[in-house]
Structure formats: C-alpha cells, structure tokens
Design a protein around this ligand. Structure first.
Ligand code: NAD
Ligand code: DAU
Length: 339
C-alpha cells in the first residue's frame, strides 16, 4: 500500500509515520506537509533515507500540486493530519484555520474522487462535540453526540468532518473519521499545555495557567492514538466515526503541579493568567465503540506516559530549543506579554 500522510512533520503525524514504518515495513509512506511553524523536518530525519519513505513539501490547499502528487504516487490511502491545531491561535487569527482545515480537506477529497483511493481517513478531534459541565461526571462524548463547537479551531474541524461525510454520502468516497482526546508525548510543539509547562519549568519561567486551572482534559499517549488510527484503517467500517480516548481525565492545574513535582521545581512558578476566551470546561470521550468493534484499548498509563514525555523533553532539548525561535517568541510575547 502507498499511504499519503498529510501533516506528517507535526506532532501526531510524525509519531504516526514512525509507528507505521515500524509496524508495516511493506507499506510506502509519503509525507505531505507545508512545514508551517508547527512542522519540523528535523523530526523526520531518522526516516528520511528509508527507501519506502518520501517527504514532499506541499500545501494541502494547493490543488494542482496535490493532483500532481496523486498522479505520481497513485496512493491507496490518505490519512489527513494536516491542520492548524492550536485553539489560542485560532482565537487570534481564524482565517488560516478555515483555509487549511476546511478548504485543504476538500482539495484532498477532490483528489481522492478524481484518482480513486481505497480509504480516506480524517483525523478529527473531541472538540467538535463542544464541552461538558464539571458537575456531570456521568456525561461523555459518544459518536452520535451533536456537534456543538466553541472555538474557530473546533468549528473548522467540525466543518471538515461534515464535508467528509458529505463526500461519502454524495460521491460514495470510502471515508472514516476518528475523534481523539488530548494527546501528549514526544515531538509536541511547546505551545501546548504539557510541553510548554515542561519547557518553562526547566527554564524557571512562569507557568501560565488559564483562569483557575479547573478545566478538564482527557489525556492519551500519542502512540495509543497512532495504533487506533492504524486499526481503523485496516478494520474500521467505511462511513463510520470512531471516538478515541483513554478515560484519563485530569484538571489542568493538577497536570502542571505534577510536572513541577517530577522536575523538582516549586509550584510558586505557577501564575494564574487571563482565561482563554470561550474556554471549554471538560472533554470526556466514551471509547466503547472502538473497543468493542476493533479491540482497541489504551496501553500507556498516564503516570508512565508523562514520565516518558518529560524524559524525552529532557533528552531532546536541542529539538525544542531550535524550534522555539523567532516567530514563536513573538507569538509567546503577545500571548503572555512576557519574554
Ligand atoms: P501539529 O500542529 O503539531 O501539526 C500539524 C502539521 O500540519 C504540521 O506539520 C504543519 O506543518 C502541517 N500543516 C499545517 N497546515 C498545512 C497545510 N496547509 N498543508 C500541509 N501541511 C500543513 O498538529 P497535531 O497536534 O499533530 O495534530 C494533528 C491532527 O490531529 C490535527 O488535524 C488535529 O486537529 C488532530 N488532533 C490533535 C490532537 C492533539 O491533542 N494534538 C487531538 C485530537 C486531534
Ligand atoms: O482535545 C483535543 C484537542 O486538544 C486537539 O484537537 C487540539 O489540536 C489540541 O491543541 C488540544 O486542544 P486544547 O486546547 O485542549 O490543548 P492545549 O494544550 O492548548 O490546552 C490544554 C488545556 O490547558 C486547556 O484547558 C487550556 C489550558 N492551557 C493551555 C495553555 C497553552 C493553560 O492553562 N495554559 C496554557 O499556557
């Protein structure tokens, strides 16, 4: 099989490429990525020379470029990770989110219709379901929970999901969608909660917790997400949505305190800052369907995954110090008004 992985120079996409090359060495992986601030070619250095791997710098919105790549590669499967992925950035500048996340998705699916594929998989998010109240721990997101988005990011992802389903119904495109909870692990850009707190704590910089820090996220180790997508590609039912999550709900403030504890840093570094606009309170996935139908279960306990992740950031300082440069520094100063 030839599999085009879009957004493969980013956090989850790169972990997925490593996973697939290891688990399915007979497959050919073509990574399509435009290398935005969040994409790093250095991440893919270990696989760059593998004969069954090719990297192509390309924007998913570039229709002629995408069509040419499909003509060259004749892919069997497309896995679309490419996206603008950071909620705070979408609040500051929604337009690029609409462009990449919606228009880009439509270009990829048009290419699939034109050239034919056996599967198009859309990597979506639990954020399309909106949020849940803190005082109703009995409530979870199911695959048929209505879409009810909060941010420009989640709205752009939900729009893409609707388009994907429309292409399935209207044109018979063989699609699947996965909606995963918050991922953590190696190669996550340090603008997201966990790597940002690790990087700041190591530099003895303030740890900016939005509001009270009581918001709850359902954390999943990135390798478990990659395995779930692989299972959906191979055994999932066309036209179906699969929720992915590990029943691992944690308050933001508890995660930040845990990171301080593991790094031996004082909690006095924690600084409660202005809350995110429209901040979702709680995400909680019910993963029963993927468990019952495909036998998927998370394999990494949070206490192990977070230790692995912290150790990875300690061992790979050059990776994140190199990428946390010019453009990011300007963004960070604007966000937090700090150096
Ligand atoms: P990321 O921001 O780390 O990586 C995104 C990648 O997409 C980067 O390599 C970037 O260069 C590339 N990209 C952006 N715009 C592009 C374009 N127009 N053309 C080609 N490439 C482009 O994101 P991530 O955290 O790895 O998320 C990957 C996917 O998973 C996204 O679709 C996101 O919505 C979804 N998701 C993420 C999480 C999470 O916790 N991070 C959870 C559920 C779902
Ligand atoms: O749920 C899946 C989603 O998880 C993905 O679709 C998104 O692509 C991904 O970015 C992530 O979104 P979140 O907004 O949940 O992740 P983030 O790491 O930005 O924030 C996690 C929580 O931590 C959230 O409640 C906001 C809070 N936070 C975040 C940052 C960056 C802080 O308190 N301080 C911060 O500095």
């Amino acid at each position: 099989m030839t599999i085009i992985v879009t957004g493969g120079a980013g956090f989850i996409g790169s972990n997925f490429i490593f996973y697939m090359l290891k688990e399915h060495p007979q497959d050919r992986i073509v990574c399509l990525d435009s290398l935005t601030y969040a994409g790093n070619l250095s991440t893919l250095a270990p696989v760059m020379d593998q004969p069954n791997f090719r990297f192509v710098k390309l924007d998913i919105c570039d229709r002629p470029g995408v069509y040419t790549l499909f003509e060259e590669e004749k892919p069997d499967v497309i896995v679309n990770f490419a996206a603008e992925s950071h909620v705070d950035r979408s609040i500051e500048n929604p337009e690029v989110f609409l462009q990449t996340n919606i228009i880009g998705t439509s270009v990829l699916m048009d290419a699939c219709r034109k050239y034919g594929i056996s599967r198009y998989h859309q990597v979506s998010t639990d954020e399309v379901y909106g949020d849940l109240p803190l005082d109703r721990p009995d409530l979870f997101f199911h695959e048929d929970t209505p879409i009810h988005t909060s941010s420009p990011y989640s709205t752009s992802k939900a729009s893409a999901d609707l388009l994907v389903m429309a292409y399935h119904r209207t044109y018979g495109l063989p699609v699947t969608i996965s909606r995963c909870s918050n991922n953590y692990g190696p190669y996550q850009f340090p603008e997201k909660l966990i790597p940002l707190m690790i990087a700041n704590a190591l530099a003895d910089k303030p740890l900016p917790v939005y509001g009270e820090g009581l918001n709850v996220r359902d954390w999943l180790y990135v390798g478990d997400h990659c395995k779930a997508i692989d299972l959906i590609l191979r055994n999932g039912t066309v036209g179906e949505v699969y929720n992915i999550g590990g029943h691992n709900e944690m308050k933001n403030i508890d995660i930040v305190k845990l990171i301080c504890e593991y790094l031996g840093k004082p909690e006095s570094l924690i600084e409660h800052v202005q809350d995110r606009k429209g901040h979702d309170m709680r995400y909680a996935i019910d993963p029963t369907k993927i468990h019952n139908e495909l036998g998927w279960l998370p394999e990494t306990m949070f206490k192990d995954g977070i230790r692995l992740t912290i150790q990875w950031y300690l061992d790979h300082k050059e990776w994140w110090e190199n990428i946390v440069n010019g453009e990011y520094q300007n963004y960070y100063k604007e966000m937090y008004g700090k150096k």
